[in-house]
Ligand binder design. Structure first.
Ligand code: B12
Ligand code: SF4
Length: 494
């Protein structure tokens, strides 16, 4: 699901000079109305998306920001997740905050521009703003770069006294612990499969060159004290939960402590980790005993050279089958994610990889197009080589091809991803994989059939018409200044 992602946080970050840009209309007798919006993307949207309720879990960004509002400020906060509801046409608020990932930047900017035309103050933050602040700045009265545990409350206090600055940067030494628990009560739980969504850590120690995490937030993991994570889980009454941390085992000592503390809670939990977990018998054993029943791992590629070149050489394809067996021995199912389009990939990579996934007994294989998120080392390299085809950020969603692949055409890559999905989720492949899965039958059948539906409907939502010229070309929000070839020839890349 979650693909990967750099711009060092910390010491390089500067604090902007206090230039009041949008004086607040707020006076001490009024309540401050704040609306926080998570804009929709092509898949994750209220109407017409593929992310049905059964696949949606309550997002943590808005609820985390709501909890960080300083208690002394009289604020009425309204959360809108465009994945489950529309933004009201007449939305009125003193300050509107939008969270932006690259794929939703176009929608976020459209909303932001509209609100600002109506005289509202708009704040933008999130991964895309952190990766590329200069892209977001023209659409906002203020941007928040990096994690906002300290800057968001600071921004609200500044706004309340009419001293909003144009930019707030995460300062070095940020702690994510000691904060109020997310306000999960502010989003309607009935629209989600679950609101039992937690995070213990942020960041990752590795430096995979396509990953947003090291670029956006650096390589120092941020950790909440284990006691706080447990207290949040207990308070929410969660028995089955999801950890959204991108690599729960990034710091071994922390993971040992967390897993040990989870054991007495007798939970079932699902999360993300790297294959390195399977090489660590003690950690894996604790992980299983703590109630882990499913992990998502970025296997990425079955080619060692692709992995080495992506700085993910710790993934060893020759061990993947063993990883699956080890996880299964601890009753943990594997959602194994592969990306296509790395420079070593040729047109035969799709079926080879999908068949590998089936033969290895991966419970739920997933396939995506490698995406050069802005300013990652992968992006910078492709840009230097003149291979970035578009800067229409809406297409940066791990499903569209936005760069010129090295050894195949854009269309071959786009269609190959779909072929891999279809192979891995054919009824025959499902039957071959499902026998080995440790998940209960209703769960493994349900998830496999859900992904089979996804595999067969992917092209309704994602296609490469924009680039191969079958449909009227879509206007690029930010066209690449130096396309590698004249536009019409993109059609002949087939
Ligand atoms: C949960 C999750 C999802 C969920 C829910 C999304 C959601 N709206 O929350 C689902 C499964 C739907 C999802 C889908 C996708 N996701 Co996702 N997802 C995540 C994940 C794992 C956690 C997000 C989270 O809740 N973090 C915890 C909160 C507290 O942190 P935060 O969001 O960063 O917010 C903090 C700061 O950034 C800042 N901040 C953020 N927004 C704002 C706004 C304002 C106004 C302010 C002041 C501050 C601020 O303040 C917060 C506190 O510090 C992140 C990875 C990660 N761990 O961050 C990826 C991540 C956001 N997803 C990513 C991607 C690529 C996708 C998909 C495109 C993948 C795919 N092809 O399916 C889709 C696109 C969905 C869409 N919108 O159309 C990328 C985004 C990269 C990028 N540059 O675009 C990430 C970073 C993962 C990664 N490593 O690549 N995703
Ligand atoms: S291991 Fe860490 S750096 Fe590599 S893709 Fe996963 S989260 Fe990103």
């Amino acid at each position: 699901m979650l693909t990967r992602i750099f711009l060092c946080v910390g010491s390089e970050r500067q604090v902007s000079a206090p230039v009041p840009v949008a004086p607040s209309r707020f006076s001490s007798s009024q309540r401050l109305r704040v609306a926080l919006i998570s804009p929709k993307g092509p898949l994750y949207r209220h109407r017409g998306g593929i992310w049905k309720k059964s696949l949606r879990y309550q997002p943590l960004t808005l609820t985390t920001l709501a909890a960080l509002i300083p208690p002394e400020l009289p604020v009425d906060v309204h959360l809108i997740d465009e994945g489950i509801a529309d933004v009201p046409d007449d939305l009125d608020a003193d300050l509107i905050g939008l969270t932006v990932i690259t794929g939703t930047a176009r929608r976020a900017y459209e909303l932001a521009d509209r609100f600002r035309l109506r005289g509202r103050t708009v704040v933008l933050g999130g991964p895309h703003v952190t990766l590329l602040p200069e892209d977001a700045q023209p659409h906002a009265d203020a941007i928040v770069v990096g994690y906002a545990e300290d800057t968001w409350p600071e921004l609200l206090r500044d706004f309340a006294v009419g001293a909003l600055r144009p930019r707030y940067d995460q300062a070095p030494g940020l702690e994510i612990g000691g904060r109020p628990f997310p306000r999960r009560d502010l989003l309607p739980s009935r629209h989600y499969l679950t609101s039992n969504v937690f995070e213990a850590t942020r960041g990752c120690v590795h430096a995979c060159d396509f990953c947003v995490v090291p670029t956006a937030w650096g390589r120092t993991p941020f950790q909440k004290p284990v006691g706080e994570v447990i207290a949040d889980i207990r308070q929410h009454g969660a028995r089955k939960l999801i950890f959204i941390d991108l690599n729960l085992v990034a710091h071994r000592g922390y993971a040992l402590e967390l897993f040990t503390a989870l054991i007495p809670l007798r939970l079932q939990w699902y999360g993300l980790a790297t294959v390195l977990l399977a090489e660590d018998a003690e950690l894996l054993d604790l992980c299983g005993r703590s109630g882990c029943r499913g992990l998502l791992m970025g296997l990425e590629s079955i080619s060692p050279s692709n992995l080495r070149e992506s700085h993910k050489g710790f993934n060893r394809p020759e061990n993947y089958r063993r990883v699956v067996e080890q996880l299964h021995a601890h009753r943990i199912a594997l959602q194994g994610c592969f990306v296509f389009g790395l420079d070593g990939d040729r047109p035969d990579v799709f079926l080879k990889t999908a068949e590998f996934a089936v033969a290895a007994g991966i419970d739920l294989p997933r396939f995506a197009v490698v995406t050069p998120f802005p300013n990652t080392p992968l992006y910078l390299r492709l840009e230097a080589e003149g291979r970035i085809l578009t800067r229409d950020w809406e297409l940066y969603d791990a499903q569209h091809v936005v760069f010129q692949p090295a050894q195949m055409s854009v269309q071959e890559l786009q269609q190959g991803v779909e072929a891999a999905w279809k192979h891995a989720y054919s009824l025959r492949s499902i039957a071959r994989r499902i026998r080995h899965s440790p998940a209960p039958w209703p769960v493994k059948l349900g998830t496999n059939l859900g992904y089979r539906f996804y595999a067969h409907h992917l092209n309704r939502f994602y296609n490469c018409d924009w680039i191969i010229g079958r449909a009227p070309s879509r206007p690029a929000a930010n066209p690449a200044p130096n396309p590698p070839a004249p536009a019409p020839s993109l059609a002949s890349l087939e």
